[in-house]
Design a binder for this molecule. Structure first.
Ligand code: PEP
Length: 254
């Protein structure tokens, strides 16, 4: 099995000094992270300093968003090219908190994914249904639409990588454990949908599907014990270095 991918999404939860302190603590523990690919996504304001802190370790840097153009009159936006200057390797795209709170549309998400691929940054496309959509039996319809609208018409070169993070919106930040059978089944559906969009070989070798939603050190094992779950996106539980290291240790055991 390939190394599991563990992405920490710090959201807008930490001030500058707490972010840098957390990055230092995570780096200190990182000698134990071999066999796991660990990515930290701090706020933009800490990207440069976190990059300096993790230099020389096996931790990679991610960002929580970016704009869909490289340069121009886009006040307040962040170019993926600038992120690249700070060694950012992954960017979260279409997180549900952005879709819901900032009106991020599927067209914007598509444009972000497309630009990131052209500059060799791996997009982490976040998809997932709301509780109401699930109640209405629309989960698969939503996942299909989100995936198609994000990836339709895209072509992956040999060096391009994609990550799809399945994050049921109603589980994020809720502390709920989800039946791992359901997570496995949903990952299978997502994989099938990806086979409709890309060549089989591309899906098998260049795309990872990971799970996100209240993952912690207690429940991670039950998710990533399923080989189709190739990693996790962790929010709340990534904000404490000790807890985060325990999550990584659990992932390594499998
Ligand atoms: C997230 O926001 O991507 C997330 C998974 O958060 P949490 O782990 O806190 O549910």
């Amino acid at each position: 099995m390939e190394n599991p991918l563990i992405i920490a999404n710090w959201k807008m939860k930490l001030n500058a000094s707490d972010s840098l302190d957390l990055a230092k603590r995570v780096k200190k523990a990182s000698a134990k992270y071999n066999g796991v690919e660990v990515v930290l996504c701090p706020s933009f304001t800490e990207i440069a300093q976190v990059n300096e802190i993790i230099k020389g370790s096996n931790i990679k840097l991610g960002a929580q968003d970016c704009f869909w153009e490289e340069q121009g009159s886009f006040t307040g936006e962040i170019s993926p090219k600038s992120l690249q200057d700070y060694d950012v390797k992954y960017v979260l795209v279409g997180h549900s908190e952005r879709r819901q709170n900032l009106g991020e549309t599927e067209e914007m998400i598509h444009k972000k994914v497309r630009l990131l691929l052209t500059i060799d940054i791996t997009p982490v496309l976040c998809i997932g249904e709301t509780f109401e959509e699930r109640q209405d039996g629309l989960k698969d319809v939503v996942l299909t639409r989100q995936l198609h609208n994000a990836f339709n018409g895209l072509w992956l070169n040999k060096s391009d990588r994609l990550v799809v993070a399945y994050e049921p919106v109603w589980v994020i930040g809720s502390g709920q454990d989800i039946d791992p059978d359901e997570i496995e089944h949903t990952h299978q559906i997502i994989r099938q949908l990806l086979y409709d969009l890309f060549e089989d070989r591309v899906v098998d070798e260049q795309v990872k599907i990971i799970y996100g939603g209240s993952v912690d050190s207690e429940n991670i094992a039950q998710y990533i014990a399923r080989p189709i779950v190739q990693g996790v996106l962790v929010g709340g539980a990534s904000l404490d270095a000790t807890h985060f290291s325990t999550i990584i240790a659990q992932a390594k055991k499998l």
